[in-house]
Design a protein around this ligand. Structure first.
Ligand code: PEP
Length: 255
């Protein structure tokens, strides 16, 4: 059975003190309430908090995530953070290819491919984000566009390595807008992406890859989204900043 995920992306929010409170609340609630054996909670928190937070997480139900990395292991890259650095402070997951990084920092598919390799080389798990704009959807090119992102950044991997990647489909028009893709739209795209993976790697490999949905996931809509056969959880922005909402999302998987 594919692993299910409730992954939070805090983005550039919360001071250290606020973050400690939020993290502790989520950890305690998840420990007490999350009974689904196959759900992994991931908290993608700001870089400066990683080292301390890794010591505050005392359950395997919750894993620590970073929101970015540089593909080089070390060197003259002022202001950047490498995967060995992240690993050394207990990070297990790294979000890459988020639309905000693609848009505001000009990150290309090729650069994201390099990050993917760097993360996998250190034995960490990339959460690879992809997704189309509203204009692309309205033009009817959304399936090809998102399939292309996956091809360009992931299809150099062999099947065994690809299985270690988590994919997050995040339609840009749904991120932070309060407009969620319908469960039918999410399922439709996830199926297209799984078929795309199957076309390259075979269905056995494709069936093992977790594909998350992201875009205004909330405690109110998570159950409906997560009930879709090809939706293996969510990458959650705004609602991950509220401990009760995020915990409810983590509990929204079918039994
Ligand atoms: C995100 O940024 O990954 C995201 C999905 O944000 P939100 O849940 O706020 O739409």
């Amino acid at each position: 059975m594919r692993k299910k995920y409730a992954a939070g992306n805090w983005k550039m929010n919360k001071t250290f003190e606020e973050g400690q409170i939020l993290l502790s609340e989520v950890v305690n609630m998840v420990k007490d309430e999350l009974t689904h054996p196959n759900v992994q909670v991931v908290l993608g928190v700001p870089f400066p908090y990683l080292s301390t937070f890794s010591k505050l997480i005392d359950t395997p139900k919750v894993a620590l995530g970073a929101q970015n990395c540089h593909p080089k292991a070390s060197g003259a890259y002022t202001g950047e953070v490498s995967v060995p650095m992240l690993k050394s402070v207990g990070v297990q997951y790294v979000i890459i290819g988020h639309s905000e990084r693609r848009e505001y920092f000009g990150e290309s598919d090729a650069f994201i491919a390099e990050k993917t390799d760097a993360i996998l080389a250190e034995g960490l798990t990339p959460i690879f984000c992809c997704g189309e704009t509203l204009a692309q959807r309205e033009a009817g090119i959304h399936f090809d566009f998102v399939k292309g992102q996956i091809t360009n950044s992931l299809f150099h991997l062999d099947a065994g390595t690809l299985k270690k990647v988590v994919i997050a489909y995040e339609p840009i028009w749904a991120i932070g807008t309060g407009v969620t893709a319908t469960s039918a739209q999410a399922q439709e795209m996830h199926k297209v992406l799984r078929d795309h993976l199957a076309g390259q790697y075979g269905s056995e490999t494709a069936e093992e890859i977790s594909i998350l949905y992201g875009g205004s996931v909330s405690a109110a809509n998570a159950q409906e989204l997560f009930s879709q056969p090809d939706v293996d959880g969510g990458l959650v922005g705004g609602a991950s900043l509220k401990s009760r909402d995020f915990t409810e999302i983590s509990k929204s998987f079918p039994a």
